[in-house]
Ligand binder design. Structure first.
Ligand SMILES: Cc1cc2nc3c(=O)[nH]c(=O)nc-3n(C[C@H](O)[C@H](O)[C@H](O)COP(=O)(O)OP(=O)(O)OC[C@H]3O[C@@H](n4cnc5c(N)ncnc54)[C@H](O)[C@@H]3O)c2cc1C
Length: 385
């Protein structure tokens, strides 16, 4: 009998922490080992949009769309429970997201998205320029029209991370701020070597290490299978001080999105640079984001900059996360990787569905939360075996 933990989760970003909480609720002894000081979490770099209406395009498969819509619907309860447990706010706001058009082709693009969303049963509205400005007076007079998704939402990812960690600890979870450097299997348990030189034992492990290339090595070591195809997609963003200006909604404009947060902070994001591991920030990229933001909300170009940063999104070839275990791999090694542009949005659904899979308690699980489409097997040619 293992005297260590039931489960060790490698990675304490939004995915590892949300899953850790769900597993504690199932009365398991859980440790999260996180190298955040060394390998910055994408979660800290995110803008925090919960935006299935804009992120899930026509090419998004039905399963991912339904999973993301289900996750959005879990957010109100998820945020309330985490905030209550942590006694911390995460600035969750459910006042909708506006996608704006500045010209006719962009308006047509929004119309196409609108028809697609309506076809999927989403509640969305097309607004004229004046109607959009009525809803969000900060919008510039250039706005020709907008797609409004009243149920899309947002949260402050940094506050979310702090609240999730506090809630996890208060619910009895263990958190180790170390890097896992090696894992070996010994006498039916996993022995994880961490940077301090200590070892942690657990019956099961979950790899939730974001875009870190080490996750690939760990999977190879433990599963003796090819690594999951997770690649980093760099994103740069900037925070500005809104001062007295009132911007209430998230505004998605061509070439930039604008996310107002508590304390007059406004996040403008974000670039997308393939397979780039450096966290350097390109000044011309930030200038471009501000220029694009200014076209939608005049006054942005004059705001004082508070901070600029970059993060690495963990992306997969088909844009969907990797959740579950390899059918040809060990029974007790699970992956929670590849949430790409939508890890904040998907965290409640990924945590709930993967916790049900790990504990074997699928009772009452919504069909939208099935993990089959997100199995790691889809990249291993499992169907041929
Ligand atoms: C600029 C930008 C904007 C974004 N905006 C949004 C948005 O608006 N909405 C949205 O839903 N998503 C957004 N995202 C995407 C979102 O941030 C990610 O999908 C999500 O944070 C992934 O979470 P994660 O827990 O998988 O990974 P991470 O947050 O990267 O956490 C992984 C953790 O694993 C740790 N780790 C790695 N290797 C080891 C090891 N060997 N040992 C121990 N620990 C290890 C790391 O230190 C890290 O803390 C954005 C991302 C970026 C970069």
């Amino acid at each position: 009998m293992n005297t260590g933990f039931d489960i060790a989760i490698i990675g304490g970003g939004v995915i590892g922490l949300a899953l850790g909480r769900a597993l504690l609720a199932a009365k398991l002894r859980v440790i999260i080992i996180d190298a955040g000081a060394d390998i910055p979490a994408a979660t800290n770099a995110a803008a925090g949009m919960l935006a299935p209406s804009f992120e899930m395009g026509q090419r998004t498969g039905e399963a991912l769309y339904r999973f993301s819509a289900a996750s959005l619907s879990l957010w109100p309860e998820f945020s309330r429970e985490v905030e209550d447990a942590a006694s911390l706010s995460m600035d969750y706001r459910d006042d909708g997201i506006l996608g704006v058009a500045l010209d006719e082709p962009q308006w047509q693009e929004l119309r196409t998205r609108y028809s697609d969303l309506e076809g999927r049963g989403a509640k969305v509205e097309m607004l004229s320029g004046d109607e959009a400005r009525g809803l969000e007076p900060a919008l510039s007079s250039n706005i020709a029209g907008a797609l409004f998704a009243p149920f899309d939402a947002q949260v402050d990812p940094r506050k979310l991370l702090l609240a999730l960690r506090a809630a996890f600890l208060k619910s009895g979870g263990m958190f180790s701020s170390e890097r896992v450097s090696h894992i070996k299997r010994a006498r039916n348990i996993y022995v994880l070597s961490i940077s301090s030189g200590a070892q942690i034992e657990a019956d099961k492990i979950v790899i939730a290490s974001g875009a870190a290339t080490l996750s690939k090595l760990l999977v190879e070591i433990v599963c003796d299978l090819p690594p999951p195809p997770v690649r980093p997609v760099k994103g740069e963003a900037v925070a500005l001080d809104m001062g007295d200006m009132q911007v209430r909604h998230v505004v998605r404009a061509p070439g930039a999105y604008i996310c107002p947060k508590a304390g007059a902070r406004m996040i403008i994001g974000a670039t997308e640079i393939e397979s780039h591991e450096s966290l350097d920030v390109d000044p011309s990229a930030i200038a471009g984001l501000i220029r694009n933001g200014e076209r939608a909300v005049s006054g942005i170009a004059k705001m004082r900059e508070m901070e600029r940063w970059a993060g690495l999104r963990p992306a997969t070839p088909d844009g969907a996360p990797i959740l579950g275990r390899y059918s040809d791999g060990p029974d007790d090694v699970f992956l929670a990787l590849g949430h790409h542009r939508n890890g904040i949005l998907l965290a409640p659904a990924s945590a709930k569905a993967l916790a049900a899979e790990i504990t074997g308690n699928q009772a009452g699980q919504s069909p939208a939360l099935t993990l089959k489409p997100f199995s790691p097997d889809r990249f291993q040619g499992a169907a041929e075996r």
